[in-house]
Write a protein that binds this ligand. Sequence first.
Ligand SMILES: Nc1ncnc2c1ncn2[C@@H]1O[C@H](COP(=O)(O)OP(=O)(O)O)[C@@H](O)[C@H]1O
Ligand SMILES: [Mg+2]
Length: 312
Amino acid sequence: MIAVRELVKRYGGTVAVDGLTFTVEPGRVTGFLGPNGAGKSTTLRMVLGLDAPTSGSATVGGMPYRDLPSPTRRVGALLDPGAVEPGRTARGHLLWQARGAGIGRARVDEVLGLVGLADRGGHRIRHLSLGMRQRLGIAGALLGDPGVLILDEPLNGLDPEGIVWVRRLLRGFADEGRTVLVSSHLMNEMEATADHVLVISRGRLVADVGIAELAAGARERVEVATPDPGGLSALLARAGAAPAPAGDGRLEVTGMDAARVGELAAAHGIVLHALVPVRARLEDAFIRLTGQNGRAADGAAGEGEAEGEWVR
Ligand SMILES: Nc1ncnc2c1ncn2[C@@H]1O[C@H](COP(=O)(O)OP(=O)(O)O)[C@@H](O)[C@H]1O
Ligand SMILES: [Mg+2]
């Protein structure tokens, strides 16, 4: 279990982490979400004892990371996959890491196999793709067969196959009762990955919620194409739905399901060219739950860059 209490980190005038309190439970995958600059990496570095909190505390299994006996066997972490010696081979890198942690050579080949790099052990890191370097970083995190796994943006740079693979890996870990904390700046990436999400914005916690609960709160939409958007729009509005023009004669309708939209159109002789229910987006749920526009460059003064990364 990971416990963060009233955690604060200031860098000069910048408040990177602003009073975070949360608990990461074993047996499930917890997504740590927030736009770029929200304070995710800073929080994870403090959990791993790589950065000292300005105030507050972070513990793993009830203890600060630095006080853990043989910490690399208890906690596996991937922070920055770029922070490796590019001239080393994949196996050489892992051997170096294993030696530092008192872990035997056999485990190195085991984790290379686990992450699908069995035949790349002899390749120099500079010749590995970004996706393979992510896999190598994950291999390093797995070396100590840890009960707690902390991965910072592990899906970055992965191809679709790699993303599916990481998801399975994390699921397997959680199902074994281990603790898994995985960060991402992409809302929808977490939709298929996490059981539970912690959402932060500007160093503050804005949601701590189960993924099912979050998705249930998201609004369903229906996209409709019709040669008579004005007529359909008026009709739907009278029936209590909220239609909004979406260009090219298309409407985006909330507050009514696709079947009812189709029935109303038919009853009034309005032709439909398309009628598409759109699955609720986690991003919408985020906005609804927190009252924040996750895309917001609009509104917030000067913070546009940091807050503008909720892209799908
Ligand atoms: N070593 C540092 N020195 C100064 N500012 C930093 C440092 N590390 C992070 N920050 C700032 O703290 C904020 C949070 O950064 P970070 O934790 O990297 O966010 P995230 O991982 O969510 O993208 C940002 O404004 C960033 O510029
Ligand atoms: Mg980060």
